[in-house]
Design a protein around this ligand. Structure first.
Ligand SMILES: CC(C)(COP(=O)(O)OP(=O)(O)OC[C@H]1O[C@@H](n2cnc3c(N)ncnc32)[C@H](O)[C@@H]1OP(=O)(O)O)[C@@H](O)C(=O)NCCC(=O)NCCS
Length: 218
């Protein structure tokens, strides 16, 4: 896609990226709810990602890649933002708050899976790609591929031996097969009781861990 600039994250990108995340992964009908859902997620990923690459087109962020090398300090101000946004959702958007509870169950399971994987001595544990997404309107135009390649190069340049990522069957995970990553582990989808009881059940998606070592490429 011509005239796309790639650069680090700036605070002004937060709104556009929250909007993209909400459109990709939140099935709320109201636009403000989708955006708030996206804002919580993007703040969460920023809070664990010292490295960022944003794709900008016409002055607006249209995609990003966020990552971290093991042992690096994370930008803690985003954790504060995230907690504030969750409180706002609880106070003003009860239906969205329920969705967020469900999402927390998904996140917790992914964290448990990641924690188990991180105990292995695999070279891929030395860095993590935390988020990769592009605006749904610009899919298939080369932006995501470029963001991925730039972040992979960045993590390599930071001295990581390799990297891994968590994805699930609600994502375009075949992209990582296409990019030559190995699937390191798979966990089937599960149905669990909803966080707030009431006999509700929540379907947790199947989870995949993908990874790649850099030494093979050198
Ligand atoms: C996955 C995603 C980042 C790809 O970005 P994109 O801009 O659409 O991809 P590109 O146009 O740059 O494609 C780059 C290459 O990947 C291939 N590709 C793109 N999406 C693919 C998919 N879903 N499955 C397999 N290959 C894919 C393209 O054919 C292209 O191949 P080539 O370089 O050999 O020509 C984007 O579709 C997206 O944001 N999806 C929703 C969020 C998501 O699922 N993120 C990743 C998992 S968490």
């Amino acid at each position: 896609m011509p005239s796309v600039k790639f650069r680090p994250f700036a605070d002004d990108d937060f709104e556009s990226l929250s909007d993209i995340y909400g459109r990709l992964w939140c099935d709320a009908r109201r636009e403000d709810e989708m955006r708030l859902f996206g804002a919580v997620a993007v703040a969460t990923y920023l809070s664990i990602s010292p490295h960022s690459i944003v794709a900008e087109h016409d002055g607006r962020a249209i995609g990003c890649a966020l990552g971290r090398v093991a042992g690096e300090a994370s930008p803690s101000q985003w954790r504060w933002h995230r907690n504030l946004l969750i409180k706002a959702a609880r106070a003003f958007y009860p239906e969205l708050s329920r969705r967020m509870h469900d999402q927390l169950l998904v996140d917790r399971r992914e964290l448990d899976v990641a924690a188990t994987y991180l105990q292995s001595d695999d070279d891929c544990t030395s860095a993590e790609l935390n988020l990769l997404m592009v605006d749904p309107d610009t899919k298939g135009l080369g932006v995501g591929g470029r963001l991925f390649d730039l972040m992979r190069r960045k993590l390599d340049a930071e001295g990581a031996d390799g990297f891994f990522l968590m994805t699930d069957d609600e994502c375009d995970f075949a992209f990582y097969d296409h990019k030559g990553l190995s699937r390191l582990a798979s966990y089937e989808s599960q149905t669990v009781p909803g966080a707030e009881g009431e006999g509700r059940e929540v379907k947790l998606p199947g989870i995949y861990i993908y990874g790649q070592t850099f030494r093979q490429e050198r």
